[in-house]
Design a protein around this ligand. Structure first.
Ligand code: SER
Length: 317
């Protein structure tokens, strides 16, 4: 990885991943790709080049790859699960037509490609607990359909054309920099904002609903490490289960209450998000990622909560 294009650089993952790549990888350029209406600002804009990079415009992507001699593309453009249920055709367009554009550019210009998959690639028939790496993937949401297809298409381009595609199945990601939007796991971010602002939290997910979650620094490490992994040890490619913590709303609420004893939660369950959450695993088994490329998470619920609160206090108060 030397010259990198991050598509979706102003989103929840992209805004932090672009900065990490610029900080940690020396001797190359990391281009912040964006779409109109989500232009990079502040440090993201000042610390390196930015280019319009719409996944649905293959020529635009190809021109950037030529201009900066790009060797690796992080394709982070996506509609999250609840939004994708409202706009299924748009989700298909961005996630699938966008992906094939990227893969074609990568095939012609010899780029490696990371396109994240998700816990959303599993469905109600998947074993819920210790969900294996290789198992049933029959998701019932449009988001999930596009994520399974992403995994298959990425593997297809690897086997058929030798395009170096790799990825991970992200759990719900928790961060204090850029808010997610339209995801089923967003509640686990929003609950921290409510606590730090001294507000009651209205939770859209029912108590008892377990899902895998992860703190952003671990997710970013995974995204970088997988692309740096020695390919000789990769048995799998698209896509690896990665896990660090699994909880339900009451667990995270109790952890935050240790810092804010008066914090209150109330449940107003959103049926769309709840149905999606009910179809996802409780907890994934990430043994293959640990064995094949040395995946190790650093944060658990307790340490993540301390760090989130510390940073959100600086940001919001
Ligand atoms: N965080 C995503 C969502 O909730 C899942 O990958 O849609």
């Amino acid at each position: 990885m030397k010259n990198i294009l991050v598509i979706g650089s102003t989103g929840q993952i992209g805004s932090e991943l672009t900065m990490k790549l610029r900080r940690e990888l020396s001797g190359g350029t990391t281009v912040a790709g964006y779409i109109p209406g989500s232009e990079p600002k502040g440090k993201l804009l000042e610390s390196g080049p930015a280019e319009l990079a719409n996944v649905c415009n293959a020529k635009q992507i190809a021109d950037i790859v030529d201009k900066y001699d790009i060797d690796t593309i992080y394709n982070l453009a996506a509609l999250l699960s609840a939004t994708a249920e409202r706009k299924p055709l748009m989700a298909w367009d961005i996630q699938m037509n966008g992906l094939i554009n990227i893969l074609e550019v990568a095939r012609e210009k010899h780029c490696a490609v990371f396109t994240p998959s998700s816990i959303g690639s599993f469905g109600p028939d998947t074993p819920r607990d210790n969900t294996p790496q290789d198992t049933i993937q029959r998701p019932t949401s449009m988001y999930g359909v596009t994520k399974v297809a992403t995994e298959l298409l990425s593997d297809y381009y690897y086997h058929k054309y030798g395009v170096d595609t790799r990825s991970v199945r992200f759990p719900g990601l928790i961060s204090y920099t850029t808010l997610p939007g339209g995801g089923t796991t967003d509640y686990a971010v929003e609950i921290y904002y409510a606590a730090v602002k001294g507000e009651e939290f209205v939770c859209p997910i029912a108590p008892g609903t377990f899902m895998d979650m992860m703190y952003m620094p671990d997710a970013l490490n995974a995204a970088v490490r997988i692309m740096q992994a020695d390919p000789r040890y990769l048995v799998h490619r698209n896509s690896f289960n990665i896990a660090s913590m699994s909880f339900e709303p009451e667990t995270i609420y109790r952890e935050i209450k240790k810092h804010y004893p008066d914090f209150k939660i109330r449940y107003e369950v959103d049926p769309v998000r709840q149905a999606i959450a009910d179809s996802w695993p409780n907890k994934m088994d990430d043994t293959c990622a640990r064995k094949e490329w040395g995946w190790i998470p650093r944060y658990n619920l307790e340490t993540m909560t301390q760090d989130m609160i510390l940073h959100l206090k600086e940001k919001l108060l």
